[in-house]
Ligand binder design. Structure first.
Ligand code: SAM
Length: 226
């Protein structure tokens, strides 16, 4: 409840008011799910229909993007404030999504049926919770997805962490104050995903600061094991 309040406070401050899809999600969908080859020509790379879940959807930018690609999309978030904005934006204003598809849930205990989805998106979320909750979440993602489901996720990186795989802090800065930040190296990502999802690609996008610290974000495409 305390973490949920911290996320609600963050959204009340209009943090993570992100209306456009991330480059990584656009590239992932175009490369693995539905490739655009013309003004109205597409190649479907997975079996249809695509039933997608944006886990930790925030205000719903990737739910919207998935709907625009022709997918049935669902989204959930721990924050009632972000879900209320998603309802206003996608259901009431744009009228492209049912309110019932956007729900308040914690990722480690989900209401969906077994094998309900064949697309999973989880952008900047599994690093916003304790590692143990992330491990429980991956178990739930395995349960609710079909064998072979493509799963896109991202994770924050900081070079000064060394090789510690369980490094996590409570954020003290104003942005996302009192939420958890769990930093990842590649070993920690493999440890989280590989038992249940096979990693297809893992890429680190990084930038250096003046003090030689390297910060960045991992983009990972994985596939649910059979
Ligand atoms: C950095 S924001 C990213 C939001 C969204 N994925 C995006 O890319 O716009 C992290 C999100 O994770 C959500 N979150 C954190 N822990 C969660 C949990 N256990 N279950 C569901 N959502 C969670 C937060 O409420 C927040 O909306």
């Amino acid at each position: 409840m305390k973490i949920q309040k911290s996320w609600n406070d963050s959204y009340e401050r209009k943090e993570n008011f992100l209306f456009y899809p991330s480059d990584g999600v656009v590239q992932f969908v175009n490369r693995y799910i539905r490739k655009r080859i013309g003004i109205s020509e597409f190649i479907d790379l997975v079996d249809y229909p695509v039933i997608g879940l944006d886990a930790g959807c925030g205000i719903g930018r990737h739910v919207k993007f998935g709907i625009e690609q022709g997918f049935s999309m669902f989204g959930f978030d721990l924050s009632s404030v972000s879900i209320s904005i998603a309802h206003d934006w996608l259901a009431r204003h744009l009228k492209i999504c049912d309110i019932a598809n956007l729900t308040i849930q914690s990722s480690n205990y989900l209401s969906y049926d077994n094998a309900a989805f064949n697309l999973l998106i989880c952008d900047s979320v599994l690093d916003s919770m304790p590692f143990m909750t992330a491990q429980e979440t991956i178990g739930e993602f395995y349960r609710i997805s079909k064998p072979g489901t493509y799963f896109y996720s991202t994770y924050i990186f900081k070079s000064t962490l060394g090789t510690s795989w369980d490094w996590e802090i409570v954020i003290e800065d104003k942005h996302e104050k009192n939420t958890i930040q769990s930093y990842f190296d590649d070993t920690k990502i493999y440890r989280l995903l590989e038992p249940l999802f096979e990693i297809v690609t893992i890429r680190l996008f990084s930038y250096s600061s003046n003090d030689n610290e390297v910060n960045g974000r991992w983009q990972v495409v994985a596939k649910r094991r059979g």
